[in-house]
Design a protein around this ligand. Structure first.
Ligand code: TIU
Length: 220
């Protein structure tokens, strides 16, 4: 067991039960010409965390601890994308429409790929998810429980959308959750700050939060 300094109280990390979850570090959200930009966002904000996410992935690889990567994606026929999700934003820039990196948020398109710096390696778990949360319409829960995993360390984008939704889903399913605050980012700095505050409030109502350096130092 390793005590990691965290807000609002330390996280007792169990190397036998922990996994890293890297949410949606895909070109669609982080590079120009993808889905994130089509929603009107400045995607360059998200690029700053890439080295920290890569270092966090490297730390888990060094330790031999499991890593699960997610991609937000839809089937080419969009049968897994309800109108409530698809029919938003300007026409021609919606999910499934053609973009500079292929069809927006469609599985297998160039824009749907995880960034090279954070790319999964053989043996790591990769989950395509049609929703914001990692457990909605995916095999995540069985995959994690089958490996005896009950603690999840979270990184990725965006903090208040897919990361927070996944943490809340995980918390409801009984996983202990730890967010690495400098390995996650939002298009809106005020939303990132508010998300971290609400996750750790009320005695860690959703989970705990730590900085990458604190996690790295405590497990070295
Ligand atoms: N728009 C936005 O902030 N996020 C998403 O649509 N998906 C994820 O957060 N991955």
């Amino acid at each position: 067991m390793v005590d990691v300094p965290a807000a609002p109280f330390p996280f007792r990390l169990d190397p036998a039960r922990v996994a890293l979850v890297v949410i949606d570090m895909q070109r669609d959200f982080i590079e120009s010409g993808g889905f994130g930009e089509s929603l009107g966002n400045d995607v360059t904000r998200l690029q700053a965390i890439v080295p920290t996410v890569a270092a966090l992935i490297a730390l888990f690889r060094d330790k031999g601890w499991p890593i699960l990567h997610t991609r937000e994606s839809h089937l080419p026929d969009l049968s897994d994308c309800p109108p409530a999700k698809r029919l938003r934003g300007p026409e021609g820039k919606r999910i499934g429409d053609a973009g500079a990196m292929g069809r927006l948020l469609v599985r297998g398109e160039p824009g749907n790929a995880i960034l090279d710096a954070c790319a999964p390696r053989a043996g790591e778990m990769v989950i395509d998810k049609p929703g914001k949360g990692m457990f909605h319409a995916t095999a995540c829960d069985g995959l994690l429980r089958g490996r005896g995993i009950s603690q999840l360390v979270f990184a990725g984008v965006t903090t208040e959308v897919c990361v927070q939704t996944s943490m809340r889903e995980a918390n409801d399913r009984g996983y202990e959750c730890l967010l690495v605050t400098d390995a996650t980012e939002s298009y809106f700095p005020e939303f990132k700050a508010a998300t971290i505050s609400m996750i750790v409030a009320q005695g860690a109502i959703v989970g705990r939060a730590t900085a990458f350096a604190d996690l790295r130092e405590s497990v070295r």
